[in-house]
Design a protein around this ligand. Sequence first.
Ligand code: ADP
Ligand code: MG
Length: 309
Amino acid sequence: MSVIRVENLSKSYGKVKALRQVGFEVAEGEIFGVVGPDGAGKSTLFNILTTLLLPDTGNAYVFDKDIRKDYLEIRKHIGYLPGTFSLYPDLTVEENLIFFATMYQSSIRDNMVLIKPIWKQLLPFKKRFAGKLSGGMKQKLALCCALIHKPSLLFLDEPTTGVDPVSRKEFWEILRSIKNQGITVVVSTPYMDEATLCDRIALLQEGAFIKMDSPANIINGFQGNLVTLQTEDIFSLLNLMQHCGLNCTFYPYGEHLHVIFYDSLETALPKFEVFLQENNVTYQDIRQIDPNIEDCFISIVEKGGDASR
Ligand code: ADP
Ligand code: MG
C-alpha cells in the first residue's frame, strides 16, 4: 500500500522553480530517501507533504488524504523533524517532550517504548535547556518529540546535517529501529553516503527527480567505467582535463580525481595515460573502481537526467 502518492507537484517562489513536476509513491514500511544538494528543493517538498505549504500545481496524498483539503487529518498521523531547529531552546529537554506530548494529547508513558533507546541517552541532560545541547543531542530530542504521538509516518528533513560522524551513524541505526516498529520513514540528506542506508532513494536536482530506485539498482545501472587516481595538484589537473579530448566526465573526489569514461577502458585508459604523461602530470594509484551513489548522481546529472526513471 502507498502511504504517499505525489503527482506532478510544482512549486515556485517568484522566479525560482523549487519543484518541477515531481511524482512518486512511498510504500508502507519503507525508508525513502530524498537525496540532493543544497537548494535542490528537499525542504519545499517536505513542507508540502507535511501540509505546511501549498503547491502551485499537482496533487499529493498522504494516507489517501488530500494535502490541500484533509490537512488536519494528515497532521494527526505524521511526525515531522524539520531542517531548522524546531524545539523550544528555553525549555528543558524534559519540558520539550512534555510540551509536544500534551500538544498531541498523547501520553509519554504509553509511547515511551517507541523512544526509549533514544530517551535513555537524553536522560542525563533532562534538566538542561534544549538550546544548550550539542547538535547530535538536539536532533535526538527533536526525534523524540516528533515520535511521542506515535505517528505512522515520519518525515525527517536533513536530520544529520551538522551532526558529527559518530552521531550520524547512531542516528541511522535509530531510523532502522523506527522502521522495524512499522513506521514509514521519509528522510532527506545532502550526504550521498547515507543514501545507501535507505530502501529506496530519489535523487533530486534543481527541483526535479533525476532518478528513483533502490541504491543497489542505481549503482548497478551506472553507465560508464569509473577510474580513480591520486595526484599532488588536483586543481591544475582539473584545468588540464578540460582539454583532454576524451569522452569522459571528471571531478574531484576528496584527494582523488574520478573520471567516468564512456568508452571501453581498453581504448580510453591508454589514451588517458599518454595525455597525463605528455602533460608531465605526476600521479599514482590509477585504477578502475566500483561507483558509489555520488558517482551515479554526477553521471546522471551530466547526462541531463535519466529517461528510464
Ligand atoms: P533544499 O532544502 O534542498 O536546500 P529548498 O526547498 O529549501 O531546498 O529550496 C529550493 C529552492 O527554493 C532554492 O533555490 C531556495 O533558495 C528557494 N527557496 C526556498 N524557500 C524559499 C522562500 N521562502 N522564498 C524564496 N525562495 C525560496
Ligand atoms: Mg532544506
